[in-house]
Design a protein around this ligand. Structure first.
Ligand SMILES: Nc1ncnc2c1ncn2[C@@H]1O[C@H](COP(=O)(O)OP(=O)(O)O)[C@@H](O)[C@H]1O
Ligand SMILES: [Mg+2]
Length: 239
C-alpha cells in the first residue's frame, strides 16, 4: 500500500445521504476548475446502480469523466448494476471488495493527479458511513487518504440533524471538513432554508455554501454553478 501524505488540491465529496447531490457538486467543481484552465481528475471508488432507469442525467462515472475529459473507466474500476450499498452490491454479484484495493486505486488517482498537477476530486459513495466493504466505510477511506471532505447536504427540512451528525462523525474520525454545500439551492430560498444554512454554519462551526440548481448535465452550466462556490479559496487553503 502506498503512503498517505496530504495531497494538495484534492478533496473527497461526501454527503449526508445518498441522492443528495455529490455527483452534481463534484461535476460542478471539476467543470468550474477546468474552465479556469486548471487540469482536473475525477475518481469514484465504486459506482452502483448502473442498471437503474435513465434519469436524464448520465451515470456518476460518465458525468465525472465528461467534465474531467477522461474515459469513464479511468474514473472507476468498479461498477455494479443494483442501486444498493457497495458491500451488498458486491455480495449480490458474488465478488468481494477489498478495502486495500479501493485504497490503492484512490492513491493511484491522487498520485497521477499530483504528477500531472491536476486537481483531483474523489466522489464518495452514499453517505460518510456507507459501507464500501463488510468492514470499511467511506469515512475509513477518507481518513486513510488524509483528504479534506466537502459535505453535500439538502437545503430543506431535516438537513440540520443529518448535517451535524455527518460533521460530528467526520471530525471524530479526524477528517478536516472543508465546507458544507447545500444543493440544489433554490433561486428564492424559504425562511427555513435560509435559517438551515446559518444554523448549520453556527452549530457546526463550518462554512456553508449554496450550490444553485443545474438544469442540464453539460459542462457549461455545471461550470457556472461551480463557479459560485469559493473553490479557489478551498484549494488555496491546502485542500
Ligand atoms: N445543484 C443541483 N442541480 C440540479 N439537480 C440537483 C442539484 N443537486 C442535487 N440535484 C438532484 O438531486 C439528485 C441526486 O443528485 P446526485 O448528484 O446524483 O446525488 P448523489 O451523487 O449524492 O447520489 C439528482 O436527481 C440531481 O439532479
Ligand atoms: Mg453520485
Amino acid at each position: 500500500m502506498t503512503g498517505s501524505a496530504l495531497v494538495t488540491g484534492s478533496m473527497l465529496v461526501t454527503a449526508t445521504d445518498t441522492g443528495v447531490g455529490k455527483t452534481v457538486l463534484s461535476a460542478s467543481l471539476l467543470a468550474a476548475i477546468a474552465a479556469a484552465g486548471k487540469p482536473v481528475r475525477a475518481h469514484k471508488p465504486v459506482v452502483t446502480g448502473t442498471e437503474e432507469p435513465d434519469t436524464g442525467w448520465p451515470k456518476d462515472h460518465e458525468l465525472l469523466a465528461q467534465v474531467a475529459r477522461m474515459d469513464p473507466h479511468e474514473v472507476t474500476r468498479v461498477c455494479f448494476g443494483p442501486a444498493v450499498s457497495p458491500h451488498l452490491a458486491a455480495e449480490l454479484a458474488g465478488v468481494q471488495l477489498d478495502f486495500d484495493d479501493l485504497l490503492a486505486a484512490a492513491h493511484a488517482a491522487l498520485a497521477t493527479a499530483t504528477e500531472r498537477e491536476q486537481v483531483c476530486v474523489i466522489e464518495g459513495v452514499g453517505g460518510l458511513l456507507t459501507p464500501l466493504t463488510a468492514n470499511h466505510t467511506v469515512c475509513d477511506l477518507a481518513a486513510a487518504l488524509h483528504l479534506p471532505v466537502l459535505v453535500a447536504a439538502r437545503p430543506g427540512l431535516g438537513t440540520i440533524n443529518h448535517t451535524l451528525l455527518t460533521l460530528s462523525c467526520a471530525r471524530a474520525a479526524g477528517l478536516t471538513v472543508c465546507a458544507v454545500v447545500l444543493t440544489p439551492w433554490p433561486d428564492q430560498p424559504s425562511t427555513m432554508e435560509r435559517s438551515n444554512l446559518t444554523t448549520i454554519a453556527r452549530m457546526g462551526s463550518v462554512e456553508v455554501a449554496p450550490l444553485p440548481f443545474v438544469a442540464s448535465p453539460q459542462s457549461a452550466p455545471l461550470a457556472r454553478a461551480g463557479d459560485t462556490l469559493p473553490w479557489r479559496r478551498w484549494l488555496a487553503a491546502g485542500t
